[in-house]
Design a protein around this ligand. Structure first.
Ligand code: ADE
Length: 255
């Protein structure tokens, strides 16, 4: 199998490819740009009921995915995919951004450990250097929908998935700004017209309108993004720029 690979360790393999099997990502799947493999966590379960979870040490209402079960599943996947990063979709993880999506798209694939319980035994996270990733500050019923979202965001950055590669540059977040509004025919709809700059045929005016609107939208809706962008553009203090790395930070000298 070729292309970027997604491994999903899950109790619900039938949730995949889900939306990824349709439209652009579905076509890319058919064309071998990427492929996916599901690994049923239940196959690694214990006893007659193939249990994979147990009550939390110290007590509590929910269940925890057992370290021995998750570890056996990860080891089995790693036999054929030893170098792929292991991602645990989790509301307590780093929040997914366009730059982390880009980083994952630049690799060969990802193994997702999709959880359905209160959590995974913490020793799994330590032992396997798991990257915990959240898709936002809200709680889903499991990791599968989050993994689908992450893979969707990754796949559209792979060569051959979106026809016009230039459209990546125009999008929200690629340049730290939200995208400007779009319009198309008819010229007037229910009494609403298209901003005059966009129909002027003057490329400089169009570009100016888009830049101004994009900045205004970002300021109004995402002051956090606007502040980060202004910060990036500020000239750095000499003391920050010229700071020499400490002995520990400096890479070892080549011999
Ligand atoms: N699992 C449950 N909620 C989640 C979230 N917000 N992000 C990623 N994984 C999750």
């Amino acid at each position: 199998m070729s292309g970027w690979q997604a491994h999903f360790i899950t109790l619900f393999p039938e949730m995949f490819p889900g939306s990824l099997g349709k439209s652009l990502t579905g076509r890319a799947l058919d064309n071998g740009v990427w492929h996916y493999i599901t690994h049923n966590l239940r196959d690694f379960g214990e006893g007659r009921h193939k249990n994979v979870d147990d009550t939390p040490s110290g007590g509590g209402p929910s269940m925890v995915l057992r370290a021995d079960i998750a570890g056996a599943a990860i080891d089995a996947v790693r036999v054929d995919a030893p170098d792929l990063p292991l991602v645990l979709p989790s509301p307590r993880g780093e929040v997914l951004t366009q730059s982390s999506v880009r980083e994952l798209a630049d690799g060969n694939g990802v193994i997702f450990l999709c959880n359905r319980f209160e959590g995974v035994d913490e020793r799994i996270i330590e032992a396997y250097d798991v990257r915990e990733v959240s898709i936002g500050d809200y709680i889903l019923s499991g990791g599968e929908p989050a993994a689908l979202v992450m893979v969707d965001a990754i796949l559209r950055l792979l060569p051959g998935v979106i026809g016009d590669a230039a459209s990546h540059d125009e999008e929200s977040f690629a340049n730290g700004l939200l995208e400007y509004p779009q319009y198309t025919r008819p010229a007037i709809w229910r009494g609403r017209s298209i901003p005059e700059a966009l129909t002027s045929g003057d490329h400089a005016r169009v570009a100016g309108w888009r830049a101004t609107t994009s900045a205004a939208l970002t300021k109004a809706r995402r002051p956090d993004l606007w502040a980060a962008r202004c910060d990036d553009k500020k000239p750095k203090k000499l003391s920050e720029k010229a700071k020499k790395p400490s002995e520990k930070e400096r890479p070892p000298e080549k011999r």
